[in-house]
Structures are given as C-alpha cells and as structure tokens.
Design a protein around this ligand. Structure first.
Ligand SMILES: Cc1ncc(C[n+]2csc(CCOP(=O)(O)OP(=O)(O)O)c2C)c(N)n1
Ligand code: SF4
Length: 285
C-alpha cells in the first residue's frame, strides 16, 4: 500500500515546525501501509494534547475523547469489534498523568491494542508545564525552581504489572521507530510503545541532541522474554535504553470474554434480540 492513502487532504497541521510529532506521524503511516492495514480496518483513539491531534492528520476511523480517557475507549472498541486494528495515540501527560489510573488497569486487562505514547517530558498543548515524565530539576513557568518529584517510569510500571509488550523508541530515528511500531502492532495483546518525542518549543533541555546523546539501543544479548532483565534495563537512566524490553504472550481481554467463547463474530454482526434485552432489564427491577 502507498502511505499517501493515509493523508488527510487539506489538514491544517497545528504542530510547530521541527516538532518530533511529525516523524511519529510519518512512521505510523509507513508502517500501516507496509502492514497493509487499510483506513477502514483501523481506529485511532486519542485524548487531548498535541499528540492527541495525530488522528486528525491520518485518515482512519477516529475517536477523540477526554484528556486521559482514551484507553478505556480503545479497549471497548476492540471488545465490540475484535476484527479492527486499534491504535491509541496520546501524550505522556494524557497517558501517565490524567490517564494514569486507566494506564495501570488497562495493562491488567490486556486488550489487543497498541498504545503509542509521545513522550516529550512536558505538557505541550498547555504551554510547557511539567508532566509526569519531566525530569527532576526541570524548570517551567509553573515549576520555576525546578521539578521536585521523581519522574514516572512507564516501562518499569508496565513490566512490574506483567504487560504483554513493552518498548521504547526515539522519534529522531524513523527506521528503528518503524521496526518497533511494526512489531507492536503485530503483537497480539496490549503493546506499549513509549516514544521519546522532542518538544522543540517548550522543552529546551530534552532536545533532539539530548535524546541522541542519552539513549542507546538494547543489543542482541537482551532477552525480551526475561522479565527480570527487562525490569533492570527499564530503570536505567544514565543512558536510556531503546528497543523492545519485554514480551509476554498471553490471552487478550477479548479472548477472555465469554461472549466470544462459542461465537467469534463481532457484536455489530449479531442479531439484536429485543425480548431477551427486555427480560434482562426486567430481571433487575
Ligand atoms: C482533565 C483535564 N485536565 C487538564 C486539561 C488541560 N490539558 C489539556 S492538554 C494538557 C496537557 C497535554 O500534555 P501531554 O498529554 O503530555 O501532550 P502534549 O500536548 O505534550 O503532546 C492539559 C493539562 C484537560 N483538558 N482535561
Ligand atoms: S508545543 Fe511542543 S509538542 Fe506541541 S507542537 Fe510544538 S513542539 Fe510539538
């Protein structure tokens, strides 16, 4: 497929020139085309923020919800129609801050969705306040003397909760980001891809060059099926590892739903049975 088929004609892209979001958009379009996933089979789900605007710029079915509330929507969409490819795209604030509770409980459920998090270590849309992943001592107009809280470590939390697929990429390296995204989308189960994404306007510390200097790729000696090893790597901060940290194949949320135990057809293809619904409603009176 041609990645251009995902272009949205006349889209008025609101991102700043040089923003790391552009490379994520490009990588995602190319990966979808290479995996031959059509816009009709795809649903992009996001919350609020600069990252949350990505679905406006990529032709697909879209659900744009409240800040932090995209994961439950993704899980539900996949549950009612497991034939769709569901990709959740949002920022670090949206996913780990306002949506932190959903992030945790979504991992327990393990829906077959891909969760792409644009991690720029700042709140971009609301003009540069600290986010949960902002580093200690990072100065902002609100945290004028620097952030005093410990940064949230999404990878360690995901591995501790035995998530099905945990990875980190850097938007400055499109080819590696594509490889990681491809594996995440193909993975059956919840796949977290945290992507370092420079915010060139509001984060003058964690720049493209900073991410380049402070990251390295996990090499072949890393066994992504070894949870202890994955956890050890996830806490490294002197240089942040990139790549696939952890894979744990397990049954998905949809597979565990009894509604699919005998009949695999999605909900919308099933006959609606009004008398049975009435019976159920009446039984709760
Ligand atoms: C419940 C709620 N709290 C706060 C806001 C205000 N708000 C909108 S976007 C945003 C920050 C977005 O940051 P992030 O999710 O990191 O995405 P980015 O803009 O950096 O891509 C905030 C705090 C809101 N819309 N809803
Ligand atoms: S404010 Fe930051 S995250 Fe938002 S578009 Fe500009 S560079 Fe990108």
């Amino acid at each position: 497929m041609d990645p251009k088929m995902f272009d949205v004609e006349g889209a008025d892209v609101a991102w700043c020139p040089g923003c790391g979001d552009f490379s994520i958009l490009r990588a995602l379009k190319e990966v979808l085309a290479e995996l031959e996933i059509s816009p009709q089979e795809l649903v992009l789900v996001s919350g609020i923020g600069q990252a949350g605007k990505l679905p406006h710029y990529l032709k697909s079915n879209v659900f744009n919800g409240l800040h932090g509330r995209s994961l439950p929507a993704s899980t539900t969409i996949k549950a009612v129609n497991p034939e769709l490819t569901v990709i959740n795209v949002s920022g670090d604030g949206c996913t780990y801050g306002e949506g932190g509770n959903h992030f945790i409980h979504n991992i327990r459920r393990n829906p077959d969705i891909t969760n792409v998090v644009h991690n720029n270590m700042v709140y971009g849309l609301t003009k540069g306040q600290a986010s949960p992943t902002s580093q200690k001592e990072f100065k902002t107009p609100l945290q004028a003397e620097g952030v005093i809280s410990e940064p949230f470590n999404p990878l360690s939390i995901a591995i501790a909760l035995d998530a099905s697929f945990v990875a980190r990429a850097f938007s400055g390296d499109i080819s590696q980001t594509k490889e990681i995204l491809k594996k995440a989308i193909k993975h059956k189960g919840y796949a977290l891809v945290d992507i370092f994404q420079p915010c060139v306007t509001f984060n003058k510390v964690n720049t493209f060059q900073w991410f380049k200097n402070n990251t390295y790729y996990l090499d072949e000696s890393h066994d992504p099926y070894d949870r202890n090893q994955a956890f050890k790597r996830s806490v490294e901060t002197e240089k942040y590892p990139l790549g696939i940290f952890y894979i744990n194949p397990k049954r998905t949320f949809e597979e565990n739903l009894t509604v699919y135990s005998k009949d695999k057809s999605p909900m919308y293809k099933r006959e609606f049975h009004m008398p049975r619904l009435r019976e159920l409603m009446d039984s709760k009176k």
